[in-house]
Design a protein around this ligand. Structure first.
Ligand code: DGL
Length: 266
């Protein structure tokens, strides 16, 4: 089916998911929406996150997308059920695919989850992990400053190590062997996180797992694209696009070139 994949996030972070989707599905057109005027979602209330997520999905439907990927962990934590109940097309969140992988990866049954304050408060990861196996132990830690560090591009700085050590020490004390990176921005800080947690801890990058899941879902529905031309990537934002383009290229690992600001779409 040669319709685009629709992906949204609260801002630029979801581009880590786009990056993996492009790698896994190089023949698919993508329409991305980053709600840069209203970011961050990670500090907002559940109802606000749900409202924004419904609006973002409605916006993407204008492009006749065949699937919606909720690339934001905070939106996935609060809005996934509402989106699934209110829209007819498949809606894929970032939580399910990551936890399946984590449950497979752990050998001691002790899994850590890091995310925004809202994601951790929702306990969404914990609930889903327990749904797979109630014996698994889950340890949560909100790491709100990681979002700013990733956006600043401070991926290797001393201050980043110091902050990461402070956030991650409680999880080290719990002797976890698997750690879920439950936020769009955290894959950029993988190197620091891995160094602090040590080689024995497996990091689960939700973005990678989501991309595999999207491929699987489209394959099952016989909805993979058969286009022979180069795929089209379109980027839309709700605020001025300059910062999105500049910072976003680091998240995406390729040129964005052009992004359009949607005036008054909500
Ligand atoms: N995209 C958000 C998430 O994955 C992080 C940024 C925000 O707080 O909006 O939870």
């Amino acid at each position: 089916m040669n319709r685009p994949i629709g992906i949204f996030d609260s801002g630029i972070g979801g581009l880590t998911v786009v990056r993996e989707v492009i790698k896994n599905l190089p023949n698919e057109d993508i329409v991305y929406f980053g709600d840069t005027a209203r970011v961050p979602y990670g500090t907002k209330s559940p109802n606000t996150v749900i409202k924004f997520s419904v609006e973002n999905t409605s916006f993407l439907l204008r492009f006749k997308v065949k699937v919606i990927v909720v690339a934001c962990n905070t939106s996935s934590s609060y809005a996934l059920t509402t989106l699934k109940n209110n829209f007819k097309l498949p809606v894929i969140g970032v939580i399910g695919p990551g936890i399946e992988e984590a449950a497979k990866a752990t050998s001691c049954g002790r899994i850590g989850v890091i995310g925004t304050t809202a994601t951790i408060r929702s306990a969404s990861y914990e609930k889903e992990i327990k749904g797979i196996d109630p014996r698994l132990k889950v340890f949560n830690q909100a790491c709100p400053l990681f979002v700013s560090l990733a956006e600043e591009g401070w991926l290797n700085d001393k201050v980043t190590y110091m902050i990461a050590e402070r956030y991650l020490q409680p999880l080290k004390d719990k002797k976890i062997d698997t750690l879920i990176l439950g936020c769009t921005h955290y894959p950029l800080l993988k190197k620091v996180i891995q160094e602090i947690m040590g080689k024995r801890v497996t990091l689960i990058d939700s973005a990678k797992q989501v991309a595999c899941h999207v491929k699987k879902i489209l394959g099952w529905g016989d909805s993979l694209s058969s286009i022979k031309r180069k795929p089209r990537y379109r980027y839309y934002v709700s605020d001025e696009p300059d910062k999105f383009i500049k910072t976003g290229e680091k998240f995406l690992g390729r040129k964005i070139g052009f992004a359009r600001k949607m005036d008054g779409y909500v």
